[in-house]
Design a protein around this ligand. Structure first.
Ligand SMILES: Nc1nc2c(ncn2[C@@H]2O[C@H](COP(=O)(O)OP(=O)(O)O)[C@@H](O)[C@H]2O)c(=O)[nH]1
Ligand SMILES: [Mg+2]
Length: 302
């Protein structure tokens, strides 16, 4: 990203991308600040990093003061996805497919006794995924359905849908039914299932964690539900950054600037866009121009 950034900086960036706990994120950001080149053209980057570091430290301080261990209490971090369903449907297997978490997976029902949390990274866009203990187990606290942005109801057979119906009333955000273990169905059974889903208008996706079928579609669906765009910042005359800035859909150039840090947009002298929102590469646009997913944005500042 920055001018003449050495490989140490890119290594630090990589470390940061892997960070999961708040302490790791703080350490990663500190390293990026240390390794970033220090001259005028990297001022924006440094400001962004210092701002991020400040926020992480404040968050850590707050968690300490309230006496809550960040491990036991699930703190909502950004977009939150909850996996819920009957025993043995493959919730933990799905968590392992979507995220960095490595939960216990077993043929025995009720193996998951407390909620497990992982981070989904979809091309640089992160979401928190929570694997709840199965319905019917004491650890299955459905209170979390009130804060979840997306609830994935994981079933292994479509007939389980009936038993899950009362739960649907509790869900505030979006939901989708995920029917797992597609690999166990014959082609015929699969066709029938698809037909039932269509005729009953069940919002369902079919997957298999064993063959990977449907997993990419599921990730794509999750990304769509998040209503965000990824934009890639570029400094004049330099290569494009590979870690996106994630902004809400329909954000303007000004809004994206403010996302870098508060007050940044006032410094923008000129903005050049290449990508889906531009008519041609390197198009000059105004502050009210609306950005689209995968735009490359080049800010020229005073
Ligand atoms: N055939 C098949 N088995 C699966 C699939 N997903 C999970 N399983 C198996 O189902 C069992 C329960 O899986 P688990 O993820 O622990 O389910 P959970 O109780 O819902 O968390 C395990 O034996 C898994 O190997 C799948 O897509 N296909
Ligand atoms: Mg489980």
């Amino acid at each position: 990203m920055p001018v003449n950034a050495g490989y140490e900086y890119f290594n630090a960036e990589g470390e940061y991308a892997k960070a999961r706990t708040i302490d790791e994120k703080i350490a990663g950001t500190e390293l990026m600040i240390k390794m970033a080149p220090k001259h005028k053209s990297s001022e924006n980057l440094l400001a962004l990093l210092r701002n991020r570091l400040k926020k992480f430290k404040e968050g850590r301080e707050k968690a300490r003061k309230t006496g809550k261990s960040t491990r036991e209490v699930i703190k909502k971090e950004g977009f939150q996805i909850v996996l819920i369903g009957p025993p043995n449907t493959g919730k933990s297997s799905l968590l392992a497919h979507l995220t960095n978490a490595r939960p216990k997976i077993s043929i025995h029902p009720f193996t998951t006794i407390k909620a497990e949390v992982g981070t989904l990274d979809y091309h640089g866009v992160k979401a928190q995924v929570i694997d709840l203990p199965s319905i019917g187990s004491p650890g299955c606290d459905i209170g979390i359905l009130n804060t979840a942005d997306l609830v994935l109801i994981v079933l292994a057979e479509s007939k389980e849908y009936e038993t899950i119906k009362p739960l649907l009333m509790r869900i505030q955000g979006e939901h989708k039914i995920i029917i797992t273990k597609q690999d166990l169905l014959s082609e015929e059974a699969n066709r029938k299932l698809q037909a039932t889903i269509k005729s009953k208008k069940i919002p369902a996706l079919l997957i298999s964690t064993h063959t990977g079928e449907g997993i990419e579609e599921l990730k794509g669906y999750i990304f769509k539900t998040m209503h965000v765009c990824r934009i890639y910042l570029k400094e004049p005359g330099k290569p494009v950054t590979h870690i996106p800035l994630v902004i809400p859909e329909n954000t303007t150039v000004r809004g994206a600037g403010e996302k870098i840090y508060k007050g940044f947009s006032a410094k923008i002298r000129e903005t050049r866009i290449s990508g889906p929102s531009s008519k041609f590469a390197n198009q000059k646009v105004g502050l009210l121009h609306i950005l689209k997913d995968k735009d490359i944005v080049e800010f020229h500042t005073n």
